[in-house]
Design a protein around this ligand. Sequence first.
Ligand SMILES: Cc1cc2nc3c(=O)[nH]c(=O)nc-3n(C[C@H](O)[C@H](O)[C@H](O)COP(=O)(O)OP(=O)(O)OC[C@H]3O[C@@H](n4cnc5c(N)ncnc54)[C@H](O)[C@@H]3O)c2cc1C
Ligand SMILES: NC(=O)c1ccc[n+]([C@@H]2O[C@H](COP(=O)([O-])OP(=O)(O)OC[C@H]3O[C@@H](n4cnc5c(N)ncnc54)[C@H](OP(=O)(O)O)[C@@H]3O)[C@@H](O)[C@H]2O)c1
Length: 447
Amino acid sequence: MVEELGKYLVAVIGAGPAGLFASKILALNGVTVVLINRDILPGGLAEYGIYYDKYKMKEGLRRQFQQTLDHPLVNYYSNLTVGENGDLSLADLRALGFQSILVTAGAQGTKWLGLPGENLKGVYHAKDLVFHYNLLPPFSTQSFHIGKRVALIGAGNVMLDIAHWLIRDLKVDEVVSVVRRGPNEVKFTKEELKIVVRNLDLDKLESEMVRVQPVADAVGQNVVEAKEYILSTLPKGLEPISNTRFYFDFLASPTHILGNVQGYVTGLEVENTTLICSEGEVLAQRLGTKRILDVDTVIFCIGDKVEESFGLPVRKNAFVKHPHPIYPMENLSFEAYDPDLNRPIDRVFVAGWSREASSGLVGVARKDGENGARAVLEFLKSAPRLVDPGVLMDEFTAKLIRLNKPIVRKSDLLKLTEAEAVEAAKQGLPAVKFATNEEMLAVMGLR
Ligand SMILES: Cc1cc2nc3c(=O)[nH]c(=O)nc-3n(C[C@H](O)[C@H](O)[C@H](O)COP(=O)(O)OP(=O)(O)OC[C@H]3O[C@@H](n4cnc5c(N)ncnc54)[C@H](O)[C@@H]3O)c2cc1C
Ligand SMILES: NC(=O)c1ccc[n+]([C@@H]2O[C@H](COP(=O)([O-])OP(=O)(O)OC[C@H]3O[C@@H](n4cnc5c(N)ncnc54)[C@H](OP(=O)(O)O)[C@@H]3O)[C@@H](O)[C@H]2O)c1
């Protein structure tokens, strides 16, 4: 069952970009890697976050991930969750004798703002919808109540991915991006804006710029530059395929989601904000005045946080790192830390979006995973070499058998990839994914 044994045994939790690229570095340095993933397919948000029609990008990443999985020292186990309520806990992994545990489980928890009305039908977090259209079980088969007038909270690339889906796939009537700061603080890239920019209501953009200008001037910002950033994407903007009206509502912070007796969204209350400078940063300051936006759906595109139930201390949406790392890489800390006990967490390292939630592109997660792996390698220099790693691997696999559930291995993944390719050819599509774990397990012969 085990491909080959190296001189050290490390568990990597999460096979997104950070975990996969970390595993490669570890394996290339002679470490036996046990790569554990919750989703059956590897890739994390590269598989289930990146917009579904970016076939070329996804295929390129899948090929790179496969190279890592092909390494004989990388052992893959998916459909397996680590956490306090998971199949295995961190304590289980420590007790099994892993010399280090690198946590690269992303930031896949939900960042609730605690607003009244968050539980109404028609209030969602972008992550869930992204998982839905990218066919991650169980989100793939869940139904979402999307109305006709949709408020997207935030102005990052995830907001634009959701706008893309609403404007070009669902073709809703209106999409408003609700931005707590001003047009100079939008975080999306021009590349992503091009996809929907020709649905933008240009008159509304102009009136927003006029409204925001005095506030921006007061903090030394130039709204003309911000306007040009947006408008410069128009010449290369995609031909619109819907009449959806897309617009921005700046200086607005959500305070309350209004609903009817049936439990559906009827509006979004926002509080007007102004901009202030504090320690070199431009911040939104609430003004106390409120207004209601006429929407029937509210989607939070404000980034995510790590899972609280994973079993590591959480601060600022991510797992806590050692403030004075013993194995820093590029001045960053990858060492998990308990701030209440003021001490590092035995053998545990963090990288990727688990180390810094919702931060950066795949390339950033890759670099972070690789640096996390290098920190682990430094740590291993002082760890005793395993006498018989085979015994530990046998204990690990015995533990998995006791879980009494189908665990997916590398050889199974190959069968799944083949079945997907056959299905794609049948449907004449560049790629196809199975929408349920049951279908995936069935084609791999694990059900
Ligand atoms: C909607 C969206 C679109 C994006 N589009 C792009 C894009 O077009 N281009 C680009 O470069 N970047 C894009 N990104 C950013 C990119 O996806 C991330 O930078 C990257 O995926 C983060 O990698 P990660 O490995 O840290 O975490 P993730 O990709 O989140 O991977 C985490 C992995 O951990 C596993 N896991 C989670 N919890 C557990 C657990 N408890 N036990 C075991 N396994 C667990 C998951 O199954 C998953 O495989 C996008 C991000 C989002 C949210
Ligand atoms: N196609 C792509 O390349 C692609 C696609 C998707 C994601 N990504 C990447 O993935 C990362 C995450 O993207 P993201 O869009 O989730 O995050 P992001 O870029 O950080 O944007 C989050 C947005 O939410 C706002 N926000 C945060 N908390 C808020 C609150 N409490 N109330 C109101 N607004 C709030 C932020 O406003 P403030 O600025 O005021 O905080 C910001 O506008 C980014 O690095 C992004 O580039 C890339």
